[in-house]
Design a protein around this ligand. Structure first.
Ligand SMILES: [Mg+2]
Length: 356
């Protein structure tokens, strides 16, 4: 195959407060592969400070060159007749791409999405599901970005107005009492059966304050908390999951874990209530699928989340999500963030993402 890359910079409509500081722009590289007169597009999306495979533009472009070298030797027509997961699995078994790029999930995801798009032969098609055909919608959580209490309160009101019945708010960023107040105000206005509330601490709580904080949050009938304490404190995290003051979802904890054995070890050691999959951070498509299968075997629930991809990567993640039963809210609402996002049939309406 022929393969080329294009560096993209997406401008945020409003500077967005994340666990990695305030972001005004976001980098990505689009991969374009060509073979047999067909084109496939994919997105390698990185979040500096969070993506395990990104250090600098120069270092990342070196990895992209390495990927190009390896991928150019592959003839996709050798895999003709295989689609979707089978096609990716065949490439995994017969080439070095997956083993050489195991530590680089954003590159793997970009490559996988380009291959799927090449195979599907249609713009914005990766997995042909009822969701892609416009026959199914996926409920998503409305994300409240970090900022001043007023800014967060306004965003909450907007999400309710837009029809979201699941809201996710970051905690541990501003004063904890203000965060409790914000959550209480929304809970008082919307009971548990009408509004699912998720929170994400991005590892902000300490061993000393986590019990007290989880107890306070649990009084507000929350659905779950993501990553209450920072990753790599497995014993403390396992204790918190066992105590279950509030159901716990692992997110950053999954970064950097690649082999099936290590995934099993982590799930069996910590026994979380939920895991959150972001293909650009957690092993690409096949790597995330493996996490989901291992979680399911252990009665651990999960949901999918995008990680600031443009519409291109988001379309692939949403279609991948739609390969599983649509029975929960996912975190796929980041598509409307950018001024210069790619044209797309993806829309968010009344708290659901759909293809139109
Ligand atoms: Mg998170």
């Amino acid at each position: 195959m022929d393969i080329k890359f294009e560096h993209k910079i997406f401008q945020f409509k409003t500077p967005s407060g994340t666990s990695r500081g305030i972001l005004t722009e976001k980098q990505a590289w689009f991969i374009q592969i060509m073979e047999n007169g067909k084109i496939g597009l994919g997105e390698c999306s990185v979040i500096p400070g969070l993506s395990p495979d990104y250090e600098s533009i120069e270092q990342y472009e070196k990895l992209l060159s390495k990927l190009r070298e390896l991928a150019s030797a592959i003839n996709l027509t050798d895999f003709e007749g295989q689609k979707e997961y089978d096609l990716l699995t065949a490439i995994k078994e017969k080439t070095r791409i997956y083993s050489d790029f195991e530590k680089y999930p954003s590159l793997l995801f970009g490559f996988e999405s380009a291959v799927l798009n090449w195979s599907a032969g249609k713009s914005e098609l990766y997995f042909d599901t009822p969701f892609y055909q416009g026959e199914q919608k996926i409920p998503i959580n409305g994300l409240v970005w970090m900022g001043s209490p007023d800014f967060m309160k306004n965003q909450m009101a907007d999400k309710v107005e837009l029809g979201f019945n699941c809201i996710k708010m970051k905690v541990g960023a501003i004063n904890f009492e203000s965060e409790i107040e914000l959550l209480s105000s929304i809970r008082n206005a919307h009971p548990k059966d009408k509004m699912i509330l998720r929170v994400d601490a991005n590892g902000a709580f300490t061993k000393e304050n986590v019990h007290e904080r989880l107890t306070k949050l649990a009084q507000l009938d929350l659905h779950s908390i993501e990553q209450p304490i920072a990753p790599n404190q497995h014993e403390s995290m396992a204790d918190l999951c066992l105590e279950n003051i509030l159901p716990i979802a692992l997110d950053e904890e999954l970064i950097g874990i690649h082999s099936k054995e290590d995934k099993i070890k982590l799930l069996d050691n910590i026994k979380p209530q939920y895991i959150i999959l972001k293909p650009s951070l957690h092993g690409g498509i096949l790597g995330s699928k493996e996490w989901i299968e291992l979680a399911k075997e252990r009665n651990i629930d999960w949901w999918m989340t995008s990680a600031l991809e443009s519409n291109l990567g988001l379309a692939c993640i949403a279609q991948f999500t739609s390969k599983f039963p649509i029975d929960k809210h996912h975190g796929l609402g980041t598509g409307s963030l950018y001024l210069n996002n790619t044209e797309s049939r993806l829309k968010v309406e009344s708290g659901e993402i759909l293809f139109k």
